[in-house]
Design a protein around this ligand. Structure first.
Ligand code: FMN
Length: 488
């Protein structure tokens, strides 16, 4: 197939090209393409307007796309893709880009954070109280710094939601930074007064300061930490809350709890009911399901508060009622475990991700690891049952119908009240690393941010599987699939 970019029919060419990349099967001047590929790629043909291609339903879920000559937009040679050439990598890129997309903007002490979410079907009810509670949960936990006393995050939705419902258009959310009033003079958008600028004179080991300053050629690290800071994760939590509302419609819930703080670790897997009960609490200490262990975790934080040090830890995100079949083994970047690992690892200070019992499994024989299969389940998507869940709900990059369990390992916070050795950016002389008001332990908050990333990843995979521009359409497809599973 040949597509020329300068033609006036470029848009039509692009659409055909997109479908072709997304997996259409080529046959001369025509190609077959599955309906779900059209839906997933959000590609719509308008044959009457183009007059250049004919869409013929060929079976219930296949379209035969016939390209009707003359083909001015297919005659030149800017892009040439022989039909025999493997197209999978390009196809995935294109396809994935059209599913649930999101990104965030904003500096830690700027006026506001902004987050964008595109691809959410229309007709999803938005619960503002739920969004704000999720933001509140991210601000909690013993060991947080003074900043959390200043901020009272609330998700101010700017677009994509009307009369309490998503309308299919991109959703944008703004989170005001209350601290901005203290930074207006030192971080102005305009030129401002350079004497008011608050330098970060010596990079903190473990933070982004040095790597960021070198990369962006800044003389010191102020602008680096403004964006590298985990304040950004609040914006992800706002979007994650919307993803959670979507997942809730499919019966899926996502929550987290703390497994480790400093030297204290829970030995056993915590059942879902206990995690849910934890979530209902109005006060968050260390978000640990075992009250006795939680007290010992608090003592760990007290120790570092006294000594000017910091702590890391481990959180676990659990997704309940995930249907089998999200993610796939067919391509490396479509595996659910890989997607979740990237999503959770993308959070500030997360340095390792574990699916199920992934880490201990590496040291045990297969018979002690793999989850034996039975056919005795009375609830769930199928009657297939497991004796345990070491796989964490994923086998072969595909959800298997078990609870999804993902752990994130956090390094200790890098801003220390008793700072480590560093170098002055200006003089290059040895000095102590900079100190700025900071958290000392953030494991519960990181867990909440990771819930958001897991929810966004599952929502994206669910939309890839079930498609739909409206919730009615998505739910109909989902229910059809559940029916298929029941009848399997
Ligand atoms: C919820 C949360 C809050 C955080 N708060 C702080 C903080 O107050 N001070 C700090 O130095 N690092 C904090 N961090 C960690 C840094 O943002 C992170 O270490 C830094 O951006 C460097 O990125 P990296 O650790 O992923 O390499 C926090 C992380 C999370 C998840």
């Amino acid at each position: 197939m040949v597509v020329h970019q300068k033609t006036t029919n470029f848009l039509i060419a692009k659409k055909i090209f997109a479908l072709y990349l997304c997996g259409g099967t080529h046959r001369g001047n025509s190609f077959f393409v599955a309906r779900e590929i059209c839906d997933a790629a959000r590609v719509r043909f308008e044959p009457r307007r183009s007059g250049r291609c004919l869409i013929v339903p060929s079976g219930p879920s296949i379209f035969l796309v016939k390209i009707v000559p003359p083909l001015p937009f297919l005659q030149d040679t800017s892009v040439l893709i022989p039909s025999s050439e493997p197209r999978s990598a390009l196809a995935i890129r294109y396809n994935r880009a059209f599913m649930l997309r999101y990104f965030t903007a904003g500096e830690s002490h700027g006026e506001a954070l902004v987050a964008f979410l595109s691809g959410m079907p229309a007709g999803l009810k938005i619960d503002q109280i739920f969004l704000d509670r999720e933001l509140w949960r991210r601000q909690q936990g013993y060991g947080r710094g003074g900043r959390m006393k200043i901020e009272r995050d609330t998700a101010h939705i700017l677009s994509g939601v009307r009369q309490g419902m998503t309308i299919g258009s991109p959703i944008s959310v703004q989170l005001e930074n209350r601290d901005w009033k203290n930074w207006q003079e030192s971080l102005p958008v305009g030129e401002g007064d350079p004497s008011k600028h608050k330098r970060v004179a010596s990079p903190r080991p473990g933070h982004a300061d040095l790597a960021g300053a070198l990369k962006y050629n800044f003389p010191e690290a102020r602008y680096v930490l403004e964006r590298a800071s985990a304040r950004e994760s609040a914006a992800r939590v706002a979007l994650g809350a919307i993803a959670k509302l979507f997942l809730r419609e499919l019966g899926i819930e996502v929550l987290s709890h703390v497994v480790t703080t400093g030297a204290v670790t829970l030995p056993d897997q915590v059942p879902w009911e206990k995690i849910r009960a934890l979530h209902a609490r109005e006060e968050v200490l260390l978000n640990c399901a075992d009250p006795e262990a939680e007290q010992r975790m608090k003592e760990e934080v007290d120790k570092v508060l006294k000594t000017g040090d910091s702590l890391g830890g481990v959180f676990e995100v659990v997704a309940h009622q995930v249907p089998p079949g999200l993610g796939t083994y067919v391509q490396w970047d479509e595996r659910l475990d890989a997607l979740l690992a990237a999503a959770v690892m993308s959070l500030q200070a997360v340095k390792a991700v574990e699916i199920g019992a992934g880490v201990t499994a590496a040291f045990a024989p297969g018979s002690a690891v793999h989850d034996e299969i039975g056919y005795t389940a009375s609830s769930g998507y199928t009657a297939f049952s497991r004796t345990r869940n070491n796989a964490g709900g994923i086998e072969g990059g595909v959800s298997n119908g078990q609870e999804l369990r993902v752990r994130g390992y956090l390094k200790p916070i890098s801003t220390l009240r008793r700072p480590l050795q560093s170098v002055d950016f200006s003089t290059r002389e040895p000095v102590k690393a900079a100190y700025e008001r900071s958290d000392v332990c953030v494991v519960p908050a990181a867990g909440v941010a990771a819930e958001a990333m897991v929810a966004l990843t599952l929502a994206r995979c669910a939309l890839e599987k079930f498609g739909g521009d409206s919730m009615i359409e998505t739910l109909r497809n989902f229910q059809g699939y559940c029916e298929q599973l029941k009848n399997y």
